[in-house]
Structures are given as C-alpha cells and as structure tokens.
Design a protein around this ligand. Structure first.
Ligand SMILES: CC(C)(COP(=O)(O)OP(=O)(O)OC[C@H]1O[C@@H](n2cnc3c(N)ncnc32)[C@H](O)[C@@H]1OP(=O)(O)O)[C@@H](O)C(=O)NCCC(=O)NCCS
Length: 206
C-alpha cells in the first residue's frame, strides 16, 4: 500500500453489507424474500440479451440458495437496488473479483423493466462505486459492456467510467459477433469526478 493511501475503514471490506442511499436509488443487502422479484428480473428478455446471459430458465432452488447467501460472502458485495420512489426492488449492483493487493475489483449492474430509464442505474452505479473508493479504498473499478448497449455505457460514463479498450467479437448474438468494451474508473478520477455534472468523458491522453 502506498504511504499516501489511507487504509480502508476498520472492519470495512466485502463482508460488510452496507445500505447506501442516493437521490433516486437505495442499495441494500439481499434477503430470501427477494428471490421471487429477482427471478422475474433475471428472466427479463432485455436483461438476458444485454448481459449476454445464456441462461433463460433459472432453477428456483439454486436462485433461492444464491440470494439467501449473498450476505455471507466476503469475496464480493451484492446489493439490491431499490427505487426510492416506490420502495420496490428493481435490480442488483455487484462488486466482485476483488484483487486485494492491487486494490481493484469489477462492477456489474442489472435493472428490470420497472427500474430502467429513470436515472436509477446512474445513481446506483455512483453509490456503489463511491463506496468502493471512499470506504474500501479501491484504486480501480472496472467493467465490461457490450457494444450493443449504449444506454449502459452512457450510464457508466455519467458515473465516471472511461473506455480503455475493446475485446473484439466476444459474444455471438443472433448470428452476429458483438464486441465488448472495457471501462474503468480510477480513484483519482473519482475524486475529480464526484462533484461534476453528468456527461460523457474520454480517456485522458496520458
Ligand atoms: C444499464 C442500466 C443499469 C442503466 O440504468 P438506467 O437506470 O436504465 O439508466 P439511466 O437512466 O441512469 O441512464 C441512461 C443514460 O443513457 C442514455 N440512453 C438511454 N438510451 C440510450 C441509447 N439507446 N443510446 C445512448 N444513450 C442512451 C440516457 O439518456 C441516460 O443518459 P443521460 O442521463 O446522460 O441522459 C439498466 O438500463 C439495465 O440494467 N439494463 C438492462 C441490463 C443491462 O444492460 N445491464 C448492464 C450490462 S453491462
């Protein structure tokens, strides 16, 4: 750890499951009661298409076991995304693949139809990424987004992510090869971005 890097807050790691409150979204730990709603969201055709998920038929028992145990995981942070206006669970936001020595992790998010296109995705992304940098002292948070998902890319850009490379033709979708774009945000960029209005950003020249 660099001497200039403050340590993570005591007891603050992926085993801690916080409640994070934003303007439109609230992120909170999962419970078994969330299984029916998440089953519906994960079966949404747009979620399946845009996440490149090959699974269309989720085994109810496995799904139950998955969401019932999210709060026990210390190597990843899975949080439910709640629409603050309705109190409804509309999706999930996840930090995972924690590379502790290098203080980096990956991020993924998905929202069902009732959560989309109202700024919740941007808000939820900002909340969990802010938590990664400000509480967990991450240096880098990265993600993959398919090229046919400009909405997600825009939401990520609004939260400070920049595109850094393309993995070519990584998904075969309905007979067409789709690229995936690698995006990331670094701690110093997050610090600079926090107070900024939303808008697209490009990778700095250096
Ligand atoms: C991707 C996702 C998290 C975004 O969340 P959201 O709440 O729907 O998005 P937001 O309303 O916060 O922001 C979307 C942004 O994209 C823009 N947008 C919407 N459709 C767009 C399109 N077709 N092309 C370009 N930009 C688009 C919106 O205008 C908005 O930008 P702005 O705030 O600068 O105007 C959510 O739509 C989702 O989960 N979709 C299904 C699964 C998925 O795609 N997961 C991500 C896999 S990488």
């Amino acid at each position: 750890m660099s001497p200039r890097t403050p340590p993570a807050a005591p007891g603050c790691d992926f085993s801690v499951k916080p409640v994070l409150t934003g303007e439109k979204a609230l992120l909170r730990p999962f419970s078994e009661d969330d299984v029916p709603v998440m089953a519906e969201i994960l079966a949404d055709p747009e979620v399946l298409r845009l996440t490149g998920s090959p699974v269309t038929d989720f085994d109810p028992e496995r799904l139950h076991a998955w969401y019932a145990t999210r709060s026990e995981q210390d190597d990843r942070l899975d949080l439910g995304v709640v629409d603050r206006a309705s109190g409804e669970l509309v999706g999930e936001a996840v930090l995972m693949e924690w590379d502790e020595p290098n203080r980096s992790c990956t991020f993924r998010i998905l929202l069902g139809p009732r959560g989309r296109d109202r700024g919740l995705g941007t808000d939820a992304t900002r909340l969990i990424v802010g938590y990664a940098f400000e509480r967990l002292r991450m240096h880098r948070v990265a993600l993959w987004v398919f090229a046919f998902n400009p909405r997600a890319r825009r939401a990520y850009e609004n939260a400070g992510f920049v595109a850094e490379g393309v993995e070519r033709e990584t998904l075969l979708h309905e007979g067409e090869w789709i690229d995936a774009v690698r995006m990331s945000v670094l701690s110093r960029e997050w610090a600079a971005h926090r107070g900024r209005p939303a808008g697209p950003r490009t990778l700095p020249a250096d």
